[in-house]
Design a protein around this ligand. Structure first.
Ligand code: 13P
Ligand code: ZN
Ligand code: NA
Length: 283
């Protein structure tokens, strides 16, 4: 069955690797990442955003993830990613999600703490783990000046205070990554990461890991990241392979035909990310 991320991420922290967490949207993307993890004997975190919950339905997503956890000999976690709505978090916990993220990163510090604390109080008695974010991931579209950019990153002292006041199980940090693709090469603030690591004892999470060069991910893991979130790279591999197939077979209407190469392509990317995270053979 689905497991909690507590032991998984604690073990990753103690042993200095990261668990790859993939955003899935349907049966095909779920199969791609679960098959990848299973072949590499790696634990895996399946995560869905509130948008995906709306699209696919909570019970369908939970049922698929539950089957995946039962039919594969690897630890599988089902995590709610970037939730802002308390009621949705409660519904997901009640439906069997084993981990949730409450994203109060847009809120002022005290309000973020209060929102997260409330989720922790509901989640922990039910054996569900809570991830929260301090600092803010900025995208290519956010044209910030240098000081605005700096202030969007996670403050190491506040991170320690945040972790302590909220009682969270893992902390998402802003150290220069962004969701989606980058305009140029991203700059990661490793010094900041090291400072956060010194002050915060819980596992650290890196969002926006797609389109970050491999060596930069490896370095972030070396300096203490214990979960890497990947969405865009999987989606791009999937749709690219599907488009290629349909361009070569414009009359094809059988989903089994055009989804098969798409699953294979997504699976290759997932395997690569799992290896990069150092999660291979950790199941
Ligand atoms: P990417 O789309 O850049 O991989 O970011 C994923 C993410 O952070 C999901 O929470
Ligand atoms: Zn994210
Ligand atoms: Na990214």
């Amino acid at each position: 069955g689905l497991i909690s991320s507590k032991d998984l991420l604690e073990n990753a922290k103690e042993t200095n690797y990261a668990v790859a967490a993939f955003n899935i949207h349907n049966l095909e993307t779920l199969k791609a990442v679960v098959e990848a993890a299973s072949e590499l004997k790696s634990p895996v975190i399946l995560q869905t955003t509130p948008g995906t919950v709306k699209y696919a339905g909570l019970s369908y997503l939970h049922a698929m993830a539950d089957v995946a956890s039962k039919e594969n000999d690897i630890p599988v976690v089902l995590h709610l990613d970037h939730a802002e709505d308390y009621d949705l978090i409660v519904r997901c916990i009640d439906s069997g999600y084993t981990s949730v993220m409450i994203d109060g990163s847009k809120l002022p510090f005290d309000e973020n703490v209060a929102a997260v604390r409330k989720v922790v109080e509901y989640a922990h008695p039910r054996g569900v783990q809570v991830e929260a974010e301090l600092g803010r991931l900025v995208g290519a579209e956010d044209d910030l000046n240098v000081s605005e950019y700096e202030s969007s990153l996670t403050n190491p002292d506040l991170a320690a205070e945040f972790a302590e006041k909220t009682g969270i199980d893992s902390l998402a940090v802003a150290i220069g990554t962004a969701h989606g693709l980058y305009k140029g090469t991203p700059r990661l603030d490793y010094d900041r990461l090291k400072e956060i690591k010194k002050r915060v004892s819980i596992p650290l999470v890196l969002h926006g890991a797609s389109d970050v060069p491999d060596d930069m991910i490896a370095k972030a893991v070396e300096y203490g990241i214990n979960k890497i979130n990947i969405a865009t790279d999987i989606k791009i591999a999937f749709v690219k392979a599907m488009k290629k197939y349909l361009e070569e077979h414009p009359e094809e209407s059988d989903p089994r035909k055009y989804f098969t190469p798409a699953i294979e392509a997504a699976k290759e990317v997932a395997k690569h990310k799992i290896s990069l995270a150092g999660c291979k053979n950790r199941a």
